[in-house]
Design a protein around this ligand. Sequence first.
Ligand code: CAA
Length: 284
Amino acid sequence: MSLKNIAVIGAGTMGNGIAHVFAQSGFSVTLIDVNSAQLEKAVQTIGRNLDRQVSKGSLTEEQKTGTLQRLTTQTDLAAGVANASLVVEAATENTELKLKIFQQLDAAAPADAILATNTSSISITRIASVTKRPELVIGMHFMNPVPVMKLVEIINGYATSKEVTATITELSKQLGKVPCVVNDYPGFIANKILMPMINEAICSLYEGIAGVEAIDSIMKLGMAHPMGPLQLADFIGLDVCLSILQVLHQGFGNPKYAPCPLLVNMVAAGKLGVKSGEGFYTYT
Ligand code: CAA
């Protein structure tokens, strides 16, 4: 399968990063969002991140210009996916919203287009079940910041065809990423392992075993993690961490995934991390 035109749904942090790497790798990309102001903001962010790559010497001015030329924006979903050979959905992490989007994509995208989702924890099998092409539905889970992080976690739904997995694996390599294929169970692999660590760090703070800086320094300096788990939780978003832990807790029915009461309280208080200006740290 040869993929040329890529449509990316959702112009938030993940969507703009995904559009950035596809356009930089030579694909024509349509970035789609219902909110035109969000699209404008996303293109500005991509421009700034490309500038940063140019100033670091990892990209030339010509490559930057080419990347931006291959990127168009669209507020109408049906028009934006009409010629797509691959759609990557990166909308808000909300099951009902994603199911609705996939029904629309199934109706509007070419019959042979692959429909991928960047979901961090919602079942691929469930998303695929609302389409008439479950064999063409797959998880393509990028990590934040997308232009920097090497991993693409590829998730096979119950019905995903072997050919589609092979195509998305090859495509991820063309983006300069390292694909890892996993099966569709709660949290997949990345978050099944990451979120219990973050939860344990929050519980350690809640239990008064150590303070924020000590917990993060121990994991940064002792385990060579680029960010400590509390800083990483702020970066991911505490609401996102809570929602993934709830998926793990419900999906496996195991109390070891129960979200720490401190995390639940912080989300209820609107302390969501970087995006709200305050989490375990404050941001200006
Ligand atoms: N676009 C392009 N380049 C970027 C960038 C962006 N958005 N953000 C950072 N960079 C580049 C910088 O230009 C810099 O490049 P060089 O190495 O060529 O100099 C490099 O990335 C490092 O950036 P900085 O020097 O600004 O900052 P840093 O060294 O502190 O690294 C970081 C920042 C890459 C974010 C690092 O702290 C890190 O790796 N943190 C952990 C990130 C992580 O774990 N992400 C996964 C989160 S989980 C997830 O996404 C999925 C989920 O389902 C929850």
